[in-house]
Design a protein around this ligand. Structure first.
Ligand SMILES: [Zn+2]
Length: 328
């Protein structure tokens, strides 16, 4: 869902480089005989990708007299394998992503190349650079090897599909202890049905809601202490301003960053800004301690010392005199 500049390495350059490593005369000759198919295939691929219609390219069992299996081996042994003739091209493609960020999830690090059209079903593009997208292994695995059957089936292509300028990622705060966030796609109203469906499918198939939610959980922990200091010094509005500042800073860099969506949702939550960031709230009055979660309030007249010890251990302790954030 994030873009990478299209590689400037031609299909023939990659193909010829890999074929140069083939020592079996018969296979080498058969591969050289399909150079014209590789070159024509690149044009077909590029035209289809620019029209968001890669799904229209029919699967094939072979390219001329070269089987899909032989093309897969050409990729595996002469482009991926360390020391292979085409490995330098593989490495160039791998470093194209800004900050090494996987363009599919926008979070994990690039660690492999994904065949936009799977090489087993589309052997003509097995070593074609515009069909090879750097990404993380998790996204590569989740995407699988199925060919898209319809326009809506197509995941986003980092070289051709650009949805980075529009805001489509949103989040909501789940009030609880600890606080959490849920993420979802909110397509702009002016988007067509096809692109909105594709973005939602991409988000679902690559399990991005789960990835972002787990990362947000850790981030909520990281900022709890800092927000606590802001709250104690200046109150709820100052917490909200801090979160809004964090949101703007993240979104300036990447419009649909999960961090930005998380901070925006947190700033919009009165519950979170008013002490919910601590995970729970408590109040000490008239010899009774009451601990409030969004679901219920628990009161205790005895064992106050023990409860305070637990709060202290969890880093949630606040001196009674400063208990302004309690929300019974
Ligand atoms: Zn990824």
């Amino acid at each position: 869902m994030w873009t990478i500049e299209k590689p400037d390495i031609s299909a023939l350059e990659a193909f010829d480089t890999c074929v140069a490593g083939i020592t079996t005369p018969d296979l080498r000759q058969r591969l050289q005989n399909i150079r014209v198919d590789i070159e024509a295939g690149e044009t077909t691929f590029n035209d289809a990708a620019e029209a968001s219609s890669l799904y229209r390219i029919a699967p094939a069992m072979n390219v001329g007299a070269v089987t899909a299996g032989e093309m897969e081996k050409l990729y595996d042994r002469h482009m991926v394998r360390s020391g292979g003739r085409g490995r330098a091209i593989y490495d160039r493609l791998m470093i194209a992503a800004e900050n090494d960020m996987c363009p599919f999830c926008g979070h994990r690090t690039v660690s492999t190349l994904d065949h936009s059209l799977p090489k087993a079903a589309h052997p003509a593009f097995a070593v074609t650079p515009i069909n090879l997208i750097p990404c993380c292994k998790d996204c590569n695995h989740a995407k699988g090897t199925q060919s898209p059957a319809t326009a809506e089936d197509q995941l986003l292509n980092a070289y051709y599909d650009d949805v980075t300028a529009d805001r489509w990622l949103s989040a909501g705060i789940i009030e609880g202890s600890p606080p959490a966030a849920s993420f979802f796609v909110e397509a702009p109203a002016y988007w067509g049905n096809e692109i909105a469906t594709r973005v939602k499918k991409h988000f679902t198939d690559l399990h991005l809601a789960k990835l972002y939610a787990s990362q947000a959980g850790r981030q909520f922990q990281n900022i709890r202490g800092a927000l606590g200091e802001i709250y104690d010094a200046a109150g709820e509005d100052a917490v909200r301003e801090d979160l809004e500042r964090r949101f703007r800073s993240c979104s300036d860099f990447i419009v649909n960053s999960w961090e930005g969506a998380m901070y925006e949702a947190a700033a919009a939550s009165d519950w979170y800004c008013n002490g919910g960031f601590r995970g729970l709230t408590w109040r000490l009055a008239k010899g009774e301690i009451s601990i409030a979660t969004p679901a219920a309030t628990y009161a205790c007249r005895v064992s106050t010392t023990a409860v305070l010890s637990i709060l202290r251990l969890k880093g949630l302790f606040l001196e009674p005199g400063a208990a302004r954030y309690g929300r019974p």
